[in-house]
Design a binder for this molecule. Sequence first.
Ligand SMILES: Cc1cc2nc3c(=O)[nH]c(=O)nc-3n(C[C@H](O)[C@H](O)[C@H](O)COP(=O)(O)OP(=O)(O)OC[C@H]3O[C@@H](n4cnc5c(N)ncnc54)[C@H](O)[C@@H]3O)c2cc1C
Length: 421
Amino acid sequence: MTDNGQYSAVIIGGGPAGSAAGAILAEHGHRVLILEREKFPRYHIGESLIPFTFHPLQRLGLIPKMKSSNFVKKYSVQFVQPNGKASQPFYFFMRYDRDSVAQTWQVLRSEFDEMLLNHARNKGAQVKEEITVKELIWEDDRVTGVRAQDKKGGITNYRAPITLDCTGKEAFGAVRNGWRVRDPYLNKVAVWTYYKGAKRDPGIDEGATTVAFVPEKGWFWYIPQHEDMVSVGVVAEGKYLTRGGVKDPGQIFHREVEQNLWIKDHLACGQQVGRYYLTSEYSFHARHCGTEGLLLVGDAFAFLDPVFSSGLMFALKSGVLAGDAIHEALLAGDFSPDRFREYAKTLREGVENMRKLVYAFYNPNFSFRALADKYPDLVGDVTDCLSGDVNKDFSRLFRAISETADVPEPLPLGEPLVKAP
Ligand SMILES: Cc1cc2nc3c(=O)[nH]c(=O)nc-3n(C[C@H](O)[C@H](O)[C@H](O)COP(=O)(O)OP(=O)(O)OC[C@H]3O[C@@H](n4cnc5c(N)ncnc54)[C@H](O)[C@@H]3O)c2cc1C
């Protein structure tokens, strides 16, 4: 075993959360190390951005790169009934500034994540790929670094006063500390694949996200990407998707395609490419945002059902917030858990607001259209929350939703773990 010296911060995972935090810390001039298990570019699901991802991307200085990229521009979202009838698309420029927030992107994650990781590198973060963190190093109830293994099996200790867990839904720290809490209701399964040459809507609708319903049971995403590819997947309860004992992801997928005429029609002219993917029960929360010397960021802190494509916004936003909070901690030489209370509160508040809308979406008694008809003045609040402007007072909106659907209480989670002296 070797000891690789002292850093200001060690980041586990070079996905969007880790790269964002790494870039911010490096920009502040700190000696930061990102340890990433994979060699980038690597595959990842989660390809649709929402409008308020603009702000963390802007803070990172990445808007010009995004604007000149090949990523498909996304101006709207639409909803499609099982019989193929599509709603009027909702264009973000109906509420937001056309030159900034109102246009977002559908990204190929291998390219997007590599761009973010290279950005952290360019800012001065040291990045080591193909290194897997195996353990947190604890000393007197505080985390003082990590023990990691390279692909030849060599073990190295990397030390820092603060470690950021940005390991995505693997949730390294939460799992090892027994902090992982499943969402009591959001226990869905997703099956997805890719098509080349599938149908695209014309003009500015080309890059729209389509959410297409499967009768009373679940929904498809249809996300057009560059190089004429489309990401398409179905989300529902596992019991429903595997009914009749069907377990093969390809068979599950094609049976559900028959349940929505729009999806069937749009895929008909395309060619399915590559494998079928399956993931299950992916909504969870961490009981604590961290403890002395450890902070959880991105999916490693909380991950919600992907119906409103909020994951990347939360990952990038939490990466930026964590980077700034740790910068302050480094300046003060104080890494006590209390310092990260505000960080955790902001994120939990955003997650809880979005979570209430996710619950409403899955409630068969609830309809966004009926809500808008009855309370036209609340449409702006719905739009803001779904677009990722999540840290606002939505109490009027949630009171109105509670007339037809259960609105979940906030989960009492996320406080830092403060050890008794
Ligand atoms: C089915 C599905 C659909 C989704 N659709 C969308 C969508 O449309 N829009 C959206 O915004 N989000 C979507 N998401 C969510 C999105 O994928 C995540 O929110 C996002 O990837 C979180 O970023 P992150 O940086 O926290 O984690 P990740 O992107 O998962 O990055 C974590 C990184 O950590 C590395 N790592 C893990 N363990 C270790 C270790 N022990 N040592 C070293 N490195 C390690 C991994 O290799 C990985 O590169 C979807 C998710 C699912 C499951």
